[in-house]
Design a protein around this ligand. Structure first.
Ligand code: SF4
Length: 530
């Protein structure tokens, strides 16, 4: 398996764009001499001996088509007493040795993931692993496969108030449009990346760049992106985002109005007016209901922007990377003036951002002009507490894929029954062992946090599409009821000993990982077992 290139296995002049074997190309029935044909995706690579196919996932090993990567298995963090979990390394040496020597000794402690399992494509055959196990006296089965997802995307949540770009603006990778900015959420900006239109509906380059970008982010790698009319980003799953070259540290404690409400009681007596600057909802304490309930004296401050309700202002400035996600460097720019009938010389004003990273203290002079002054210790402590209440800023990458298509045929000969069984909570769906959320409505649209999946869970094929692991766990009786491939159900030990995919039945190599701490065990965590 040395000496190969990304396109080693491609049929000469094959058009990856079309993703179908061209008329006139050698077919599976007539491979060129010394080559084997891989039909694990529509590209149908012809692979020379000792080389891999275009995706590097399959190879010709002495005339036999093999899946290159090991099957990834998860080893359970043991629950030796009800409610208690014991990590592998915390077990007795004898218990560790026993499990290493025979990881299959307790089948309820080992879970076969779809990572490296191989696929069902072209979908007429059962899934590569249909594994029987027992759990608390109940016969279980897990159907394991790698799905080829042409319909898939990444939803990326970036914990920052900083302006990333206008909603609907294109997100680019290496100059190609690979997604767009979608709705801002509470304390976070959201991107929608990938999707079938970028993968298949644009140019060949757009599809390839999109696919590479999705694979990298899904595999928890860093990625640099630019937003039309907006920021430059460096993002990575479960890491702090970088916006225009600056690392983000804090997620805001709340919007400006919420921050006013949360800390109103603490500000009482310490400041005469507090303005929490926020690109979305700037809060003004003495006008806000919180200040009114505390009988705070109106300060007479006039704020620019559109007043929504008392003490809550929209559009006080343009969005940006300054105070509270605005373009402000000087917070006083949003103070239009003071009502001389209400304001008074010596009035103490705090202006603070929603993360507490910026704060300024002023006192009104005789002409009711704010003059900067040192932040009093009591106020500084509240500002510090605002910061303390901010969670660390991070990036969440969720893979969203449609599994309601042909891969269901690898589970059952009556695919709609799998869909119904999932909707009826009879089937637990996981991706690489990580819990997957199944969207309501039609189809099997699953969403999973890639940070909960083992590293390098994703691959690609040049059609282009992503390859992602997926597992369906259920009671054996329910599997039978939905028309499952009962003839293909095998014990875990038997499956691994004889290989579930290799054409010659050779054993599959495997990689054993500890299940992540605190992650729900994929088998037996559904409503049917309590
Ligand atoms: S690109 Fe497709 S046909 Fe080629 S080796 Fe990979 S899975 Fe097989």
């Amino acid at each position: 398996m040395t000496e190969h290139t990304k396109t080693d296995g491609l049929p000469a002049d094959a058009s990856i764009d079309r993703g179908l074997p061209d008329a006139g190309l050698p077919t599976q029935d007539t491979p060129a001499a010394g080559k084997v044909v891989c039909n694990a995706c529509p590209v149908l690579c012809q692979i020379s001996s000792g080389r891999t196919g275009a995706c590097d996932r399959y190879a010709n090993a002495d005339g036999v088509l093999v899946r290159v990567d090991p099957v990834v298995m998860l080893r359970r963090v043991l629950a030796e007493t009800p409610g208690a979990v014991v990590p592998f390394l915390a077990r007795s040496p004898a218990a560790q040795q026993a499990l290493v020597a025979d990881p299959l000794a307790r089948q309820d402690e080992v879970f076969v993931t779809g990572i490296g399992s191989s696929t069902t494509y072209p979908d007429y055959k059962p899934a590569p692993f249909i594994v029987a196990s027992q759990l608390g006296g109940v016969d279980m089965v897990t159907v394991v496969t790698e799905g080829i997802f042409s319909y898939c995307s990444l939803k990326v949540k970036i914990d920052t108030d900083r302006w990333l770009g206008p909603e609907q603006a294109a997100v680019r990778c290496r100059g190609e449009a690979v997604g767009h900015v979608t709705t801002a959420e509470y304390g976070s900006q959201m991107l929608s990346l990938g999707g079938v239109h970028h993968l298949t509906g644009g140019s060949k380059k757009e599809g390839r760049v999109t696919c590479d970008m999705m694979e990298a982010l899904a595999n928890q790698q860093p990625m640099e992106l630019t937003i039309d009319g907006g920021a430059q980003l460096r993002i990575q799953s479960a890491r702090a985002p970088w916006v225009n070259g600056v690392e983000e540290h804090r997620m805001r404690v709340g919007c400006g109005s919420a921050t006013v409400g949360i800390f109103a009681q603490q500000f009482l007596g310490q400041a005469d007016e507090v303005v929490v600057v926020d690109d979305h909802i700037t809060g003004v304490l003495t006008q806000h209901q919180a200040g009114k309930c505390l009988d705070m004296r109106p300060s007479g401050i006039r704020i620019r922007g559109r007043r929504s309700t008392p003490g809550r202002y929209f559009q006080v400035a343009l969005p940006g990377t300054g105070w509270g996600g605005t373009d402000l460097d000087d917070p006083l720019a949003i103070v239009e003036g003071w009502d001389p009938a209400r304001a008074w010389p010596g009035l103490r004003l705090l202006m603070v951002s929603t993360t507490g990273e910026q704060a300024a203290w002023y006192e009104l002079d005789e002409a009711l002009v704010p003059q900067p002054a040192a932040l009093p210790a009591g106020v500084a402590a509240i500002v510090e507490r605002i910061g303390e209440n901010c969670e660390p800023s991070t990036t969440s990458v969720l893979f969203l894929g449609g599994a309601g298509g042909s891969l269901r045929a690898g589970v059952t000969d009556n695919p709609v029954r799998l869909t119904r069984a999932i909707k009826n909570a009879l089937v637990n769906v996981t991706c690489g062992g990580a819990p997957a959320y199944v969207w309501p409505g039609g189809g099997i649209t699953v969403m999973v946090d890639v940070a909960r999946m083992p590293p390098r869970s994703f691959g690609t094929v040049p059609t282009p599409a992503l390859v992602a692991p997926i597992e369906f766990s259920m009671r054996l009786a329910d599997y039978a009821a939905l028309g499952g491939h009962l003839d293909a159900v095998r014990s875990l030990a038997d499956t691994l000993a004889h290989g579930a995919w290799h054409a010659d039945g050779a054993p599959r190599s495997r990689r054993m990982l500890d299940a992540p701490d605190g992650q729900r065990w994929p088998i037996g965590s559904s409503p049917w077992l309590g």
